[in-house]
Ligand binder design. Sequence first.
Ligand SMILES: *[C@@H]1O[C@H](CO)[C@@H](O)[C@H](O)[C@H]1NC(C)=O
Ligand SMILES: *[C@@H]1O[C@H](CO)[C@@H](O)[C@H](O)[C@H]1NC(C)=O
Ligand SMILES: *[C@@H]1O[C@H](CO)[C@@H](O)[C@H](O)[C@H]1NC(C)=O
Ligand SMILES: *[C@@H]1O[C@H](CO)[C@@H](O)[C@H](O)[C@H]1NC(C)=O
Ligand SMILES: *[C@@H]1O[C@H](CO)[C@@H](O)[C@H](O)[C@H]1NC(C)=O
Ligand SMILES: *[C@@H]1O[C@H](CO)[C@@H](O)[C@H](O)[C@H]1NC(C)=O
Ligand SMILES: *[C@@H]1O[C@H](CO)[C@@H](O)[C@H](O)[C@H]1NC(C)=O
Length: 470
Amino acid sequence: MRKLLFPLLFLSGLPLCTGGRYRRFVEWGADLAPGSFCSSRQPSPCCSGRDDGCTVEILESLCYCDVFCNRTSNDCCPDYGTTCQGIAPPVIKAGCVFDGKEFKPSEVIRKNCNVCTCSQVQLFRYDWVCSNNSCLIDFERLNKSAQNLGWETANYTRFWNKTFTDGIKENVGIATESKAQNMSSLQNKIQSDLPSFFDCREKWKSWIHPVRDQRNCASSWAFSTVDVAADRLAIESKGLLTNQLSPQHLLSCDKRRKQRGCEGGSAEKAWWFIKRRGIMTEECYPYNVTQSNTAADRCLDNMDTCPNANSSTSKIVLYVTPPYRVGDSEEEIKTEIYKRGPVQATLQVSADLFMYRSGVYRHTGADLVQSKLAVRIIGWGEDIDNKGRVRKYWICLNSWGTKWGEEGAFRIVRGENHLDIEENILGVHADMKRSLSTHPSESIRDEGLINIYNQKQIVVIKRPRPTARP
Ligand SMILES: *[C@@H]1O[C@H](CO)[C@@H](O)[C@H](O)[C@H]1NC(C)=O
Ligand SMILES: *[C@@H]1O[C@H](CO)[C@@H](O)[C@H](O)[C@H]1NC(C)=O
Ligand SMILES: *[C@@H]1O[C@H](CO)[C@@H](O)[C@H](O)[C@H]1NC(C)=O
Ligand SMILES: *[C@@H]1O[C@H](CO)[C@@H](O)[C@H](O)[C@H]1NC(C)=O
Ligand SMILES: *[C@@H]1O[C@H](CO)[C@@H](O)[C@H](O)[C@H]1NC(C)=O
Ligand SMILES: *[C@@H]1O[C@H](CO)[C@@H](O)[C@H](O)[C@H]1NC(C)=O
Ligand SMILES: *[C@@H]1O[C@H](CO)[C@@H](O)[C@H](O)[C@H]1NC(C)=O
């Protein structure tokens, strides 16, 4: 005998199943008031044994009042328990629970980057219904992608809460493909006796500028550029020109040719900008993210004074020569860093980097995104992993503040072009003559220029010609 199914099954979207009584458990409760089904049945409300005819109509279907309900109870009338067994119906509360706290229907909470609303999901059941964004910080996903990462993770407040899409949009920064691959690379005579560990910060100390924070702005292209420029200017001037330089100058003024400020840019174009127009100091043109995010943001480098009215120094503008590409072999990169200081590199990014705390980073399964992160490489080293193998790494400085990673730095696998980090290495020389001849400090100008013309301390290095101008 064919029978109709309990109507709640339709309501909860389950497939119609014919033949026999449906065994799937469906919760029922206060919404359908007991008392109006089995109790209204004539002549006898409850039937003994299995009696497939012992039914009552309910929402255009049928429910049962036979003793079979004692076993299955899923296709029975809501009031079977109360009418035929004398049991009180379950009390169903309308609401949801989170972290031990109760919430009313339509109340909203946040779970990481998702918004959840307490909703009725079945006739008698309430639960959280959440948006389905992929979050930037997601340890579950990270755990799935690797048994043993080989590096330590952390949960950062600044990244928590963010969707993956927003996180990439706000914190990365190389938006346009660099033409650097087509530049001729500098022929570095490879130095064979390089140490197994090297850190520019030990050799050049305060001439290597500290890690900064690009905040919610995809400006790694600007930060890595001005910081490498500042490091190189300090090294080549032997400490005469040590100013921290201004990424804001690039964000506000280097806006043509698809340079998009906080939405990303090209490091190579930034280098050409500094070569042509020079770069102001951080003190003179301080970082101001909110400003550079708006269309109203004006370039303020045409005046004789600093955009920062409170600047204690007069306007200093420093220059570099055209950037050059460093060959992509590990030895060439090491030689370059060892001889001349930090280089600029770009790498592919995925969500796992945002969870990096310490150790030698190696990318795990998580998806890579199109845009790249630009960083400074300032050294290298090696350590032993937990399987006893030697692990070579680069030491890089990021621009996500000093709370991220190893005080703002990270170490990444070396010698495998991991995430393309070794294939787009740029170096640059200070343009000492131009930087000094326009310098507002007479003593610095004199000392520097005397050094250049005596060719005693500062050697003007013949620079390579790039093949194409951007
Ligand atoms: C229902 O089942 C319980 C336990 O299985 C049993 O004790 C009870 O007598 C049954 N009631 C009826 C009406 O058969
Ligand atoms: C959420 O998104 C993931 C991948 O984007 C998808 O596999 C999954 O089915 C989605 N879940 C829901 C409930 O929509
Ligand atoms: C991920 O794995 C680590 C270590 O294996 C563990 O401590 C952590 O609780 C896991 N996190 C999640 C969300 O599974
Ligand atoms: C991450 O940190 C935030 C606070 O910054 C906290 O609310 C959240 O529960 C943390 N998440 C995990 C998975 O530890
Ligand atoms: C999550 O984001 C909301 C608003 O976007 C904010 O009010 C809240 O403080 C954030 N929570 C954490 C733990 O960062
Ligand atoms: C590099 O040069 C090749 C051939 O000259 C050209 O096809 C390619 O688009 C160039 N790449 C870039 C990034 O400009
Ligand atoms: C400059 O300094 C004055 C006094 O210290 C202060 O009120 C003002 O806000 C500062 N202006 C800027 C742009 O920092």
